[in-house]
Design a binder for this molecule. Structure first.
Ligand code: PMP
Length: 363
């Protein structure tokens, strides 16, 4: 019998939804290039435009505002390549890679310092400000609407990396008041390797991937038909998962309550800030994330250390050090992220594997 897997790493990637898999499979029999004018080309084009409508509806925009990209990394590049970029200190590496100015600090709870942003905008009035919707490591939510107001008052743009939002929070482009917003399908049940940049009406940005006229000349290259089809299906399903959010929140809160009572030396990052209801970033003093991950993996429990994007090597997370954690403490933090298939049994499996580490460390 194969052991039961406990997957608590939804912020790294969520399992593919059956409806996304079905939508992708249906495209494998389609031979046409979506740019071809014949019947087969038009059939492929229709799949893309249907998916565009679903993605647009997910974030309350019109379909012409959606540019399909190879993922959020590319969407972030498209939004930020015109710089200068003023980013918060807790952004994803695919955003920080574009930022030359010193990052905007965050509080010990991981929330961006708006006064520092306002001050920095005096130095860079025509900047592109990058502020994420929810942090991938801690789940901490950012005051995106307020930051957009500050940016616009100076003539700057605001880019929001909203990758961790869909299916967990309503993501309304218009209500956020941002200029650009990036999405990634695999974080909410779509396939890996497909995402989108949403543009405010009237805003055009120079293409990063240049060549053919696809995506209204905003992103060249024959479209990832299967990926786009799967993205559309996941976008349609995302509203359903919003309804499941209270159940996930109750599981996460129960997990944190159990942590506090059985391992009082453990600390949850961003605990006092508004946070995604599925994420818990836990530090166990004196026990490296590597040790925790290995112990958990032996018990078939899967979580991440800080950001999975830098996996292979576990360096202290820039997010946690920006929140004031020492390098040593940041190296002892793991991220537990729940999702649609998470059950109480998964939380129990986590505890049975993890608690002995906490008890040994405390002894
Ligand atoms: N931004 C955030 C907040 C993320 O969590 C991730 C995925 N780790 C990305 C961007 C990159 O997305 P993608 O995998 O689609 O390139």
């Amino acid at each position: 019998m194969t052991a039961r897997l406990t997957y608590l790493d939804y912020n790294a990637s969520a399992p593919l939804l059956p409806e996304a898999a079905a939508a992708m499979t249906a495209t494998f029999a389609m031979s046409g290039n979506p740019s071809s004018v014949h019947r087969s080309g038009r059939a492929a084009r229709a799949v893309i435009e249907d998916a565009r409508e679903a993605v647009a509806a997910l974030v309350n925009v019109t379909p012409s505002q959606v540019v399909f990209t190879s993922g959020a990394t590319e969407a972030n590049a498209l939004a930020l390549s015109t710089g200068p970029v003023v980013a918060s200190a807790v952004e994803h590496p695919s955003v920080l890679a574009w930022s030359e100015a010193e990052a905007i600090p965050v509080s010990s709870d991981g929330v961006v310092d708006l006064a520092a942003l306002e001050h920095r905008l005096k130095e860079f009035p025509h900047a592109v400000v990058a502020l994420m919707l929810a942090n991938n490591e801690t789940g901490v939510l950012q005051p995106v609407e307020d930051a957009a107001g500050l940016a616009h008052a100076c003539g700057a743009r605001l880019h929001c990396d909203a990758v961790q939002g869909p299916g967990r929070l309503p993501v309304d482009f218009q209500a956020l008041g941002v200029d650009t917003l990036s999405l990634s399908a695999h974080k909410f049940g779509g396939p890996k390797g497909i995402g989108a940049l949403i543009l405010r009406p009237g805003l055009e940005l120079p293409a990063v991937v240049r060549g053919g006229g696809q995506e209204r000349r905003r992103r060249a290259g024959t479209e990832n038909l299967a990926g786009i089809a799967g993205f559309g299906a996941a976008a349609q399903a995302a509203t359903r998962f919003l309804q499941d959010a209270p159940r996930v929140a109750a599981l996460r809160d129960a997990l944190e309550a159990r942590l506090a009572s059985s391992a009082p030396q453990a600390r949850v990052f961003g605990h006092a800030a508004p946070r995604l209801a599925n994420t818990s970033c836990v530090m166990l003093p004196g026990v490296s994330a590597e040790t925790q991950l290995m112990r958990l993996d032996l018990a078939h429990v899967q979580v991440s250390a800080g950001a999975a994007c830098s996996s292979g090597k576990i360096a202290p997370s820039h997010v946690l050090t920006a929140m004031g954690a020492s390098d040593a403490d940041a190296k002892c933090a793991i991220r537990i992220s729940l999702g649609r298939d998470t059950t109480e049994e998964d939380i129990n499996a986590f505890f049975s594997a993890w608690l002995p580490l906490a008890l040994t460390a405390a002894a």
